[in-house]
Every structure is written in C-alpha cells, then in structure tokens.
Design a protein around this ligand. Structure first.
Ligand code: NAI
Ligand code: OAA
Length: 329
C-alpha cells in the first residue's frame, strides 16, 4: 500500500494537487483531509478511472486520515492577501502545521512529509522540531516544496530567450522560499544565457523570480495566491520523490528546502560558514528520501551577493519556526 495524504485537500492548491496525484499509478490510496469539504472533493475525484482509492476525512478525522501514511503533503493554512508577506501568515499557519506534524508523529512516524504551507522557511523547522520532540525525526524525509520557484525561473527565462524550452531547462534555486531568500543560479543555464543579459535585465529577471508570488497575489486581488501553478509544482515534486523511493529511479534532482543534517557530511562546511540549519538547494532523491545534497556550484559574484542578503533573513525565519516548538516544550 502506498498511501498519500493531502492535508488541506479542499483548498485552492489542495484540489488541483489531489487531481494531479490521482493521475499517478504510484499511489494506491489517496486520502484527502481538510477541516471543510474533503469528503465532497474525495467523492468527486473517486470517480476518475485510475487505480488509486480516494477517501475523504473531515475536521475530527485527522488521525484516521494520517494512519499508516507513506507520504503526507501539506498545503493546509491561509494564503496571502495583497500587502502581506509570507511571514505575516506565521501567526495562523504555525499552529496548523504544528498540529498536523503532531498527527504525523502519532499516526505515521515514518512518513515522508512535504510542506507547501507558508512561510516555508519557518514551517519546515516547525515540522522537524515536532518530529524531534517525539523522537521520530529523519532529516532525509522532510521537504519544503520550493519547486514553484524553479518552475517560474524556467518559464521567465524562456520569455527572454525563445530558444530555451522551459520544460527542459531546470534552473537551480537555492536559499529559501520568500523574497530575498530566493536565490536563482542563472549563471548555471547553458550557452552563456546570463552573459546575454544586460545588468538591468538580470536585475529585473532576478526580482521577478524572487517576487513571482506577489505578482499572482496582486493579480488575484484578495482572492488568494498561486494555486494552479503551485499544484503543478507540488505534483511534480511529489511524484519525483515517489518515483525515486518506490521505483528506485536514480539521478532525480529537484531544488528543495531541507534540514542540512539530511546529508551532514556534504553540508558540514557550509553549515559552519553560514550558521544555517536549513537551506534550499539541489537534492538527489533515493529509496530513503534524500540520497545526497548536491554540492553548490561556483556562484557568480552577483549570486554570492544575493546569497549574502538571504542568509540573515533565512536565519531569522528558521529561528522563529524552531523556537515556536522548542520554547513551548
Ligand atoms: N510553497 C509554495 O511555493 C506555495 C505555498 N503556498 C501556501 O499554501 C497554503 C495554502 O494555500 P491555498 O491552497 O491557496 O489556501 P486555501 O485557503 O485555498 O486552502 C487551504 C486549505 O487548508 C484548509 N485548512 C485550514 N486549516 C486546516 C487544518 N488545521 N487542517 C487541515 N486543513 C486545514 C482550509 O480549510 C483550506 O481548504 C498557504 O499557506 C499558501 O501561502 C501557496 C503557493 C505556493
Ligand atoms: O506568494 C505566495 O504567498 C504564495 C507562494 O508562496 C508563491 O506563489 O510562491
């Protein structure tokens, strides 16, 4: 049995994400949990003629939903409105994520946990600290999904150079998932892409990637943030990880936000230099989740400048998430 649970499954991301996961034969049981309407969404999806069995769980049924899960994907919580930062969501989402992580520790302590809910820079440390508290933390199994930054980068780059196919051009994005902590490594794009840009173009492209989320928040004008592109990115990430774990496919890589203990040997020097415990960078997946954290390529001076700005902000975000659990222990 491969049971995948979507927590927040009736939401703007949860519904299309569940629809995309329903397409996959890797999943045998798709469990949809939400405090509202999950049973209805599950009934709807359950009629689709693919192999997985879909079940819905309401507000009081979290434990049942999570029981024996293989993988838990979490897009539960509130989205931004114009004028808000992702950090402004902490007040409401931190408690939601803590309670879901407690549910994971109780019902599926060996599950892979994939976190979408913002602020990702802080919600991932919350999940890790809760699992640590229960003695069930495996850093190879907890991921912050920052794939949307990669998806946006590929698309935005292709808008500047029509010979680039956005589907086949993966841009490594390191750091975290908010504003200045999003650091795209555009210098890694082949064929001298970055050298073809003026300084103004490079600044504008970098800003667009860092603030792509705000573009959508503004356009939706109070009706939330990215949902469809996030569902696409979330499904791509989830199915990539599942393919490595279940099918043993090797060489599968995505940028994702992880606890650096997931590959302590590879990241020891970086941790020492920066003081960061969590960081988004390219990760190769394997049967146990993180197979290895890919070494950072040589950054351009421009990228190093971006990273220098990202580090203090990331540190604050991480400390805020971790202390939300450790200070209440
Ligand atoms: N990682 C990323 O790149 C992205 C993250 N997000 C984040 O994803 C989250 C969800 O966004 P949307 O789907 O647009 O919001 P939404 O409001 O449409 O959906 C959230 C769902 O979570 C449910 N929910 C609330 N509390 C819950 C709980 N305790 N247990 C289970 N379900 C609960 C709600 O009932 C709702 O159905 C937000 O925090 C948003 O900022 C959004 C886009 C990209
Ligand atoms: O911007 C937001 O609040 C949602 C998000 O994380 C994104 O679209 O990247």
């Amino acid at each position: 049995m491969v049971k995948v649970v979507v927590c927040g499954a009736a939401g703007g991301i949860g519904q299309p994400l569940s629809l995309l996961l329903k397409q996959s034969d890797l999943i045998t049981d798709l469990a949809l949990y939400d405090v509202v309407n999950a049973v209805g969404v599950a009934a709807d999806l359950s009629h689709i003629n693919t192999k997985s069995k879909v079940t819905g769980y309401g507000k009081t049924e979290m434990d049942e939903a999570l029981k024996n899960a293989h993988t838990v994907v979490i897009p539960a919580g509130v989205p931004r409105k114009p004028g808000m930062t992702r950090d402004d969501l902490f007040k409401i989402n931190a408690g939601i994520i803590r309670d879901l992580a407690e549910g994971v520790a109780r019902n599926c302590p060996n599950a892979f946990v994939l976190v979408i809910s913002n602020p990702v820079n802080s919600t991932v440390p919350i999940v890790c600290e809760v699992l640590k508290k229960h003695g069930v933390f495996d850093p190879k199994k907890v991921f912050g999904i920052s794939t949307l930054d990669v998806v946006r980068s590929s698309r935005f780059v292709s808008e500047l150079n029509s010979s680039i196919d956005p589907k086949n051009t993966r841009v490594t994005v390191i750091g975290g998932h908010s504003g200045v902590t999003i650091v795209p490594l555009l210098s890694q794009i082949p064929n001298g892409f970055v050298d073809s840009l003026s300084k103004e173009q490079l600044d504008a492209l970098t800003y667009r990637i860092q603030y792509g989320g705000d573009e959508v928040v503004k356009a939706k004008d109070g009706a939330g943030s990215a949902t469809l592109s996030m569902a696409y990115a979330g499904a791509r990430f989830t199915l990539t990880v599942l393919s490595a774990i279940l099918e043993g496919r090797s060489g599968l890589v995505e940028s994702t936000y992880v606890n650096l203990e997931a590959d302590a040997a590879a990241t020891a020097a970086f941790k020492e230099q920066t003081g960061l415990d969590y960081f988004a960078q390219d990760v190769e997946f394997g049967r146990n989740g993180v197979e290895k954290i890919v070494a950072l390529p040589k950054l351009s001076a421009y990228e190093q400048g971006l990273l220098d700005v990202a580090i203090p902000e990331l540190k604050t975000n991480i400390a805020k998430g971790a202390s939300f659990i450790t200070d209440s222990a």
